[in-house]
Write a protein of this length. Structure first.
Ligand SMILES: [Zn+2]
Length: 466
């Protein structure tokens, strides 16, 4: 369930998630066109290039590269001309064709772009191909890959970052870990819908400035999305709503078409003919799609977290002590932390959402506020329901004792980020500093496996001297 954003607003400003929200980029209008800036990032632009170069080397070992200099030269001429219009830091762009018939393209941080042969074959004019390249350049310029990696890193080691200990060495180690190998489902290549909209905006601006009609970018994506031929592109670039409308609106902000746009070139048609004359590409992407395009549910079934260990270890905060399965990890800090197994966290847009485990928060109650356990719990649940509209109370279990203190226990069902439904067991206890909230979460079909572990965690809670 997505609880962090909601609690974050009510918590003190040291909550990591609040900080991330503030640091995220907001589009604003400067003059006419939309001005976008890269969001929160722990990496330097130079590190984007280093990381991208390392991953690119590995990618080229794994992928069937076309290695046709005429095609690659063409892509580089076209791509570099487009990249010259990209806002922000300049990157050493390079473009290469992958000999794969699936319709796909991807960009690594620092400007290493790969265009599948199938994508060039599917494009009907140069503006369509330029549209995809412009969109990918948008991801590079806005540093979406390392932005994603930074957010993942904050989630994995918030204490280290808060304490400022994530210095040269550990950052270098993280870079090495990310850059060690290329994976199609890498954190560097999984974009949120927001990132897609931003990349479309930059793509629109680039196409406009390079004298193409930017609508070809949106209509090409639309054509791929509704066409009979499947495409891998949308598995890493989720299709935003109303794409064409957004592109049209940005064109209106930039200005009117004063020049004759050149949407096709002889060079593009020559390259298409050249590809036609080559032996057909292996159908790797398609093979990958038939097994690779999975619903969140089946993906989760394959990558299910390990069952909770019956051995426990201790966690101490300023507000409580407790014990938890030793194969779980702790993320967060004093007032808001999560205990979760490997693979228990899912991405939902820009949020990290817990699908398996326990989230513990201390929701501060403003001084002088007249409230009690029942009232504070009702208010909390009201705000949780606003951020989790599918959430439904299935059982009010009334009172229970947590380390001798009175608590309330309620069971909800909700949509699981892992697919299907989840059970949220919510226990609240009033403490001197605020309302202590335990949220125990697991998909409905596995709740039985987790229930015993959850009970052990709750039984172990110790408020002594806290
Ligand atoms: Zn994209």
């Amino acid at each position: 369930m997505a609880i962090h954003a909601r609690f974050g607003k009510r918590l003190a400003s040291r909550a990591v998630f609040v900080g991330m929200g503030i640091l995220m980029s907001l589009p604003f209008v400067y003059g006419q066109r939309t001005v976008l800036k890269p969001g929160f990032n722990l990496f330097s632009p130079q590190q984007d290039v280093e990381l991208g170069r390392n991953v690119a080397q590995d990618a080229e070992k794994q992928l069937p590269m076309l290695n046709n200099s005429r095609v690659d030269d063409y892509l580089n001429r076209l791509g570099k001309r487009l990249a010259a219009y990209a806002p922000g830091d300049k990157y050493p762009y390079q473009f290469r064709c992958v000999n794969d018939s699936s319709i796909n393209a991807f960009a690594l941080p620092g400007g290493f772009l790969y265009i599948h042969r199938g994508l060039i074959e599917a494009a009907d004019n140069e503006a369509e191909l330029a549209g995809v390249i412009g969109h990918e350049i948008g991801h590079v310029a806005l540093r979406h890959g390392t932005n994603q990696a930074s957010k993942a890193q904050v989630y994995q080691a918030p204490l280290a970052i808060l304490g400022g200990v994530l210095g040269g060495d550990s950052m270098g180690a993280y870079l090495a870990q990310l850059g060690a190998s290329f994976a199609v489902n890498s954190v560097l290549l999984k974009y949120s819908r927001d990132a897609e909209r931003q990349a479309d905006l930059i793509g629109t601006q680039i196409l406009f400035d390079a004298n193409y009609d930017p609508l070809y970018m949106a209509s090409f994506f639309e054509k791929l999305n509704t066409g009979s031929r499947g495409t891998d592109f949308f598995s890493s670039h989720p299709n935003p709503d109303n794409r064409i409308d957004h592109v049209r609106a940005e064109i209106a902000r930039i200005g009117s078409y004063s020049r004759q746009r050149v949407n096709d070139t002889r060079e593009f048609r020559d390259i298409k003919r050249l590809l036609d004359s080559l032996p057909p590409a292996p159908k790797q992407g398609q093979a990958q799609t038939s097994s690779g395009e999975r619903s969140p549910q089946s993906r989760q079934q394959e990558a299910r977290p390990p069952v909770p260990s019956t051995k426990l270890r201790s966690f101490y905060s300023e507000y409580l002590k407790l014990r938890y399965p030793e194969n779980w990890k702790v993320f967060g800090h004093e007032m808001e932390f999560t205990l979760t197994p490997e693979g228990g966290i899912f991405r939902n847009g820009d949020d990290s959402v817990i699908a398996y485990g326990v989230s513990v928060s201390l929701v501060e109650i403003p001084a002088g506020a007249e409230t009690d356990l029942n009232d504070a719990t009702d208010r909390l649940m009201e705000s949780l329901r606003q951020s989790n509209p599918a959430m439904r109370l299935i059982r009010d279990q009334g009172r229970l004792r947590v380390d001798g203190k009175t608590g309330l226990s309620r069971i909800y069902e909700n949509e699981s980020p892992a697919g299907g439904r989840e059970i949220d067991w919510i226990v609240t206890v009033m403490r001197p500093k605020g309302l202590m909230v335990f949220v125990f979460v697991a998909p409905e079909r596995y709740f039985g496996e987790y229930e015993r572990a959850f009970e052990k965690v709750l039984d172990s809670v110790d408020f002594t001297n806290r």
